[in-house]
Design a protein around this ligand. Structure first.
Ligand code: ZN
Length: 150
C-alpha cells in the first residue's frame, strides 16, 4: 500500500456532518477528493477547516489533467511534500504534526517512518544500478538525495 493510502482526514466525522454527506476517511480516496476537496460543499465548512481544505486543493490538486483529481498528480505531489519535510530534518512525528497543521491531515508516525525508510532503500537501489552502469554523475546525485533523507 502506498503512503498516500494511509493519509487520513482529521476531524473526519465533524466535516462529514458539516457537509451533510459521508466520504471516506482516506484523504486520497476518489470520493474524498471529489466531495471534500473539489465539492460544492466548501461553503458549509467552518472557516478554519475551509482554509485548510482550500490550501490542500491549491497545493496538490492544481494540475490541468483531464482526469483531475484522479490523475495521480496529487499523490505524487504529496509524496514530494513528505520527502521535502524529511529533507528539512523532520522526523516522522514532526512530519505528522506539520501535515496536520497545514492541511488537517494525519498519518501514523510508524507508517511515515516505513515510507521514509523505503524511499532511502529505493534510492540505494538506484544508486547501485547507476554505479554498475558506470553512470557516476547519476550515482552521485542519488547519493546526495539519499543523504538528505537520512
Ligand atoms: Zn494531474
Amino acid at each position: 500500500m502506498a503512503i498516500t493510502d494511509k493519509i487520513y482526514v482529521k476531524n473526519h466525522q465533524q466535516l462529514a456532518s458539516q457537509l451533510e454527506t459521508s466520504f471516506p476517511k482516506g484523504a486520497f480516496k476518489g470520493a474524498t477528493l471529489d466531495i471534500l476537496f473539489q465539492g460544492e460543499g466548501l461553503a458549509k465548512l467552518d472557516e478554519a477547516s475551509r482554509e485548510r481544505v482550500l490550501d490542500f486543493a491549491e497545493d496538490f490538486l492544481d494540475c490541468d489533467c483531464e482526469a483531475n483529481p484522479h490523475c495521480g498528480c496529487a499523490e505524487r505531489k504529496f509524496i514530494a511534500y513528505l520527502l521535502e519535510l524529511r529533507e528539512e530534518g523532520m522526523g516522522p512525528d514532526a512530519v505528522v504534526d506539520v501535515m496536520s497543521d497545514e492541511y488537517m491531515l494525519y498519518a501514523y508516525p510508524g507508517d511515515v517512518l516505513s515510507f521514509l525508510d523505503n524511499s532511502v532503500r529505493t534510492l540505494e537501489a538506484v544508486e547501485t544500478l547507476a554505479d554498475v552502469d558506470g553512470r557516476d554523475d547519476v550515482a552521485e546525485e542519488v547519493q546526495r538525495r539519499r543523504n538528505r533523507l537520512m
